[in-house]
Design a protein around this ligand. Sequence first.
Ligand code: KIV
Length: 275
Amino acid sequence: MYTQLQLRDSTRPPVNVATLRQMKEQGEKIASITCYDASYAALCDAAGADVVLVGDSLGMVIQGHDTTVPVTLEHIIYHCKAVAKGLFRPFLMADMPFMTYTSREKALQNAMRLMQEGGAKMVKLEGGAGQVEIVEFLAGHDIAVCAHLGLRPQSVHKTGGFRVQGREDAAADQMKRDAVALQNAGADVVLLECIPSKLGKEITAELHVPVIGIGAGPDTDGQILVLYDVLDITPGRKPRFVQNFMTGHDSPVAAIESYVKAVKSRAYPAAEHCF
Ligand code: KIV
């Protein structure tokens, strides 16, 4: 029975946590992208993405909110179910929305729903050392976890906006300690958002689990971007780390493919995308 998945396409076996670890060890960059529906999921798969995230960024790019705070578990499950239908090879990660992991039991119950109902293979939650107990509990139940550090969009009302994090020495040292603590608690992947490239490089070198960055410089083990930024359909001012991959391409799949190739070849992110 375990052969069924492999038989679907033995030349492109599905990515799993072991694949991601191996990619880190072998220095192959992990190309990751967000996605919110089945049609685009099929394009992300065809374009060669390794990891697809059903991010709570859907609150901003799909629902039109200013932040990710209004996104609920039901929203993520709805979009995750759709994305899961369009994917075969990429590893499917789902965000745990705001306030859905405030206790160990709540986190476990909600992670279970993301996996059983949504089809997610890994859950992502935001936070530093304060989340160690939650990560340990989920990992203790064999749930694959990604810990999101740096700019944490669910906390913008507390931290004061979408700003680069870890610029000061004390904050950078704290982030390094948090990353190690979360890894030791059982996190399988660490995601770093909007931090200086130097800090992204140092954390990546210190951890044995893969590190995926967004605005965290060129030295993380992989990159992730919001699909709608790759396709240049997000209105308004773009963060510095965003590149419009539609330039020179006439279809969404060609743009996503160009993003994947740029990550793999280390052409993206360039100096102008970094802090
Ligand atoms: O929600 C999201 O899309 C994310 C990415 C920005 C990493 O967390």
